[in-house]
Design a protein. Structure first.
Length: 205
């Protein structure tokens, strides 16, 4: 069993720091705005809660995330969903057998690991996009590093497809979480300014 509560609490903390005028801002997920990322959180929390309770019923993947899908009270709803997600995976039965999430059937403990990975990595995405600090527990960090590193191994392309972009090289001796970010296709040094630089570079190329 993995404890999803610290990661869920960290995302909940970040939600209070998201301003309405930031919903259209970019995130480290290329092509994904803050609002679209929040919509993705809405979908993933529902899907992985159902997976923990074994009530997912083979649902299909959700539509592409968009800020247009956010309800007016998205912050309140998302806080409730994050709490429900973390609580559902506190049940030892959630980790037994097989379950489904987003149309994928797999061992329940693997689905639980993906749920933690989603919370941690997208929590970092949200923090970087909105100029907030981000913290991750050593246990969550180790789990996410192990998962993202495994997806970067030769022959793991099928596991990686749809989850992460190309691996980003990080300096030798980089902290474990920076390595996890790199394996997950994220630049640990990303900032909104880097997006501006990319845009200027595209215009001049």
């Amino acid at each position: 069993m993995l404890d999803l509560q610290p990661a869920a609490r960290e995302v909940i903390r970040l939600l209070d720091g998201v301003r309405d005028d930031q919903l259209s801002d970019p995130t480290p997920n290329r092509g994904t705005s803050v609002g679209a990322l929040l919509d993705h959180f809405m979908s993933l929390t529902a899907a992985f809660t159902a997976a923990a309770r074994k009530t997912s019923g083979g649902g299909s993947p959700p539509p592409a995330p968009s800020a247009d899908n956010l309800p007016a009270d998205w912050r309140r709803r998302l806080i409730g969903r994050l709490r429900a997600l973390a609580e559902a995976w506190q049940d030892p039965a959630a980790w037994d057998g097989t379950t489904q999430a987003g149309g994928v059937t797999s061992a329940a403990d693997e689905i639980g690991l993906v749920a933690l990975d989603e919370l941690v990595l997208h929590g970092w995405d949200l923090a970087k996009a909105t100029g907030q600090p981000f913290t991750v527990t050593p246990a969550s960090e180790a789990a996410v590093l192990g998962f993202t590193e495994a997806t970067a191994e030769p022959g793991a392309e099928a596991m990686r497809e749809g989850l992460f972009g190309p691996v980003v090289a990080v300096p030798p001796g980089a902290p474990p979480f920076d390595r996890a970010l790199g394996f997950a296709g994220r630049d640990p040094a990303w900032s909104p300014r880097s997006v501006d630089r990319e845009a200027r570079s595209d215009k001049t190329s």
